[in-house]
Design a protein around this ligand. Structure first.
Ligand SMILES: NC(=O)c1ccc[n+]([C@@H]2O[C@H](COP(=O)([O-])OP(=O)(O)OC[C@H]3O[C@@H](n4cnc5c(N)ncnc54)[C@H](O)[C@@H]3O)[C@@H](O)[C@H]2O)c1
Length: 359
């Protein structure tokens, strides 16, 4: 291994693996040495497409993990996040796991414990953490400007935006909109609030668009039928948090509305509308508002520093430095517990309690 070189393997060479590959290519010293995909020929085609000279293709990630290299990007669909991550950590590799970390809390806990035991980095791929507005919002809350936050609202929605392929089938995706895009909202809101512990969840999910023959024709042009759709396209939850606070969450892949509202945080001393990045507070006894200038959701105007690039670069830098993980698995345990509880509560149609085991 050349000095400063970081050798990377990729598990799962579908859509998002390409985004990883493009970034690794632009990081000096990072080198893709192996790619694994269960679909025969897919790993080799991926290596060819991105020009990773000398990289070895595998159809079984366990075979790949016998090779000597430093870190792995786990880019498999949600249902295959757990085993490849556990195998990679057990083989002594550092892991960058794509979002969402897990749907089952027990799996998230296992991964964190194994990473600790092996002394390896486990980082979760939320590029949203590197967006300027996330960084600014966290700083505003940390500064105490808002006082104690007692209410927050988070989520997002698309007018018509149900993905296809592996994303809508329970056996590969496990969950739908809650898991696919809702995980970003939950991660950001919890991170901004300082990662409070969730106590209970009361949730509701629906699948009216995915199950509609009309929508299926529009969305997938006849390549899939409503029977293929086995996850939710809408979800909402009221989450009670430690410290007598509440988080309202709502997410949708499709709906008859433009938006489900802004993300905001209400505190005893001030409020923050995170969509506009406006802070509301009292000044000399009068209601005032200050808008914080931040870049867009993309790179924030900084050349070569798109959030996705930062997430890959931060992983490579952490490997070089011997840690710590940029977005540690530990950070995702609360969000994972909430996601698991959302599905449980929606199925039981009642509020459920969250118990988080010690890590
Ligand atoms: N961070 C982001 O912006 C972002 C965007 C899209 C997707 N994602 C996440 O990335 C993951 C993958 O999404 P995608 O769009 O690339 O899905 P995809 O279905 O296009 O690709 C997944 C690939 O993993 C392969 N695979 C599955 N199990 C495997 C195993 N055990 N070993 C090796 N290969 C295996 C599949 O054959 C497929 O090629 C998902 O968890 C998704 O949530 C993240």
């Amino acid at each position: 291994m050349a000095e400063g070189e970081v050798r990377i393997g990729i598990i799962g060479s579908g859509g998002i693996a390409g985004a990883h590959a493009e970034r690794y290519k632009n990081i000096p010293g990072a080198r893709i040495v192996a790619v694994a995909d269960v679909v025969p020929g897919r790993a080799a085609a991926f290596i060819e497409r991105y020009g990773f000279e000398g990289a070895r293709p595998f159809s079984d990630h366990r075979e790949m993990l016998k090779d000597d290299f430093d870190g792995v990007s786990v880019c498999t669909f949600n249902a295959a996040h757990y085993q490849p991550t556990m195998d990679a950590l057990a083989a002594g590799k550092h892991v960058l796991l794509e979002k969402p970390m897990a749907v089952r809390l027990a799996e998230g806990v296992d991964m964190v414990r194994l990473a600790r035991r092996m002394g390896r980095i486990l980082t979760i791929g939320f590029q949203t953490r590197y967006e300027e507005r996330t960084i600014a919002a966290r700083r505003i809350v940390e500064s105490g400007t808002l006082g104690r936050i007692y209410y927050a609202e988070t989520g997002g929605g698309r007018r018509k935006g149900i993905p296809g392929g592996t994303f809508v089938r329970r056996e590969t995706a496990i969950g739908g909109a809650v898991l696919d895009i809702g995980c970003y909202s939950l991660d950001t809101a919890l991170h901004v609030m300082g990662n409070p512990r969730p106590l209970t969840v009361s949730a509701f999910t629906a699948d009216h668009f995915g199950k509609s023959p009309v929508y299926a024709r529009q969305a997938w042009g006849g390549t899939m039928t409503p029977e293929d759709f086995t996850v939710e396209d809408f979800g909402m939850a009221m989450i009670r948090l430690e410290g007598d606070a509440v988080l309202l969450f709502k997410i949708s892949w499709a709906m008859h509305a433009e938006t489900l509202g802004a993300s905001y945080f209400l505190g005893t001393e001030g409020g923050l509308n995170m969509d506009q990045m406006t802070v509301y507070h009292d000044q000399y006894g009068v209601g005032a508002a200050t808008t914080v200038p931040v870049g867009g959701r993309g790179g924030g105007g900084r050349r070569g520093r798109d959030p996705f690039f930062r997430k890959i670069e931060a992983f490579v830098e952490a490997i070089r430095a011997g840690g710590p993980a940029p977005i540690p698995g530990e950070d995702e345990i609360h969000a994972t517990a909430i996601i698991e509880a959302i599905y449980r509560s929606a199925a039981e149609r009642s509020e459920v309690r969250i118990e988080i085991p010690p890590l």
